[in-house]
Design a protein around this ligand. Structure first.
Ligand code: CUA
Length: 313
């Protein structure tokens, strides 16, 4: 508490934050002391050795071993301290406690969803029990994103075709912001979510009563799939203009494609557009290519989405 650079950090909400913050303060305070010392020395020497008369001649200094060793060895020692300290903190962040509770994180342009052990999926909200280590196993459906929760002092790249992981523990129940920290296109800055830490009992209640997304009604199922997969960050359902064409009122209508031909929006066109979005692009939407959902949505899910789109008149 009360350190010089506290103002630069948000509130710390994870027990592992302390070691991260200690190193952060060490680096900043050492840099500040050096900056101060060097600035004072420059000013002092500039005044002391300023040219006082036209006869002043600068002596030729070729070498000073003592001085050169000093300014090499001190920074070397400081860098080694920072390295050792940082490495031990890194090991701690990579060593997940055995009793950690595992949650799957899916990142996509431009949103997050979170999958729990019982099959429940929550879009844009990561629910966790407070006081227990949480292991996040993360994957991206399209390009590189980065999972960043400043208050827990964790940041980890999320990659396509490779799982990455990170762990944290919430000191107390409460909410924290999740950001994407890797520039990922048009709506990168809107790729936000929240961590919601519950009392352990409340978390169990939330988990058992939460929606698994698998409704029996195809229209409802299709609607929740659009939310879970972030489709609406590009395709509106109310007719408003977006990065991709709106889904409202398209069913059964003809649309003009980028090559000038037309196609009728039916089951086959929607299916193809989900699995192979580049095959037939609607005129005017060539700029931001959509990611294929091949291997992400199965036939039953695509059918449900088609049923939902039919209702968007
Ligand atoms: Cu995802 Cu930036």
């Amino acid at each position: 508490m009360g350190r010089l650079f506290d103002f630069m950090l948000p509130e710390a909400k994870s027990p592992t934050a302390d070691s991260t913050d200690a190193l952060f303060h060490f680096i900043n305070e050492v840099s500040f002391i050096l900056l101060l010392g060097i600035t004072i020395a420059i000013i002092f020497f500039a005044i002391k050795y300023r040219r006082k008369s036209d006869d002043d001649v600068t002596p030729v200094i070729k070498h000073n071993n003592a001085l050169e060793i000093t300014w090499s060895v001190i920074p070397l020692i400081l860098s080694l301290i920072v390295f050792a300290w940082g490495y031990s903190g890194y090991l701690n962040l990579k060593s997940v406690p055995d009793d950690a509770y595992e949650i799957k994180v899916n990142a996509f342009k431009w949103g997050w969803n979170f999958e729990y052990s019982n099959g429940a999926i929550s879009p844009a909200e990561l629910h966790v029990p407070a006081g227990r280590p949480i292991k996040l196993v993360m994957q991206s459906r399209d390009i590189i994103h980065s999972f960043f929760v400043p208050e827990y002092r964790i940041k980890q790249d999320v990659l396509p075709n490779r799982y990455t992981y990170v762990w944290f523990s919430a000191n107390e129940p409460g909410e924290s912001h999740i950001f994407c920290a890797e520039y990922c296109g048009t709506d990168h800055s809107g790729m936000l979510a929240k961590v919601i830490a519950h009392e352990p009992d409340d978390f169990d209640t939330w988990l058992t009563t939460s929606n698994t997304g698998a409704s029996d009604d195809p229209v409802e199922h299709g609607k929740s799939l659009l939310t879970l997969n972030g489709c609406q960050s590009c395709h509106s359902v109310d007719g408003s203009k977006g990065i991709g064409p709106t889904l409202k009122g398209i069913w059964g209508h003809d649309v003009t494609l980028s090559n000038g031909s037309t196609v009728t929006v039916d089951e086959n066109y929607i299916r193809e557009s989900i699995l192979d979005p580049q095959a037939k692009i609607v005129k005017g939407f060539e700029l931001v290519p959509m990611t294929s959902f091949m291997g992400i949505l199965d036939d039953k899910e695509i059918d449900s989405i088609i049923e939902y789109i039919k209702t968007l008149k």
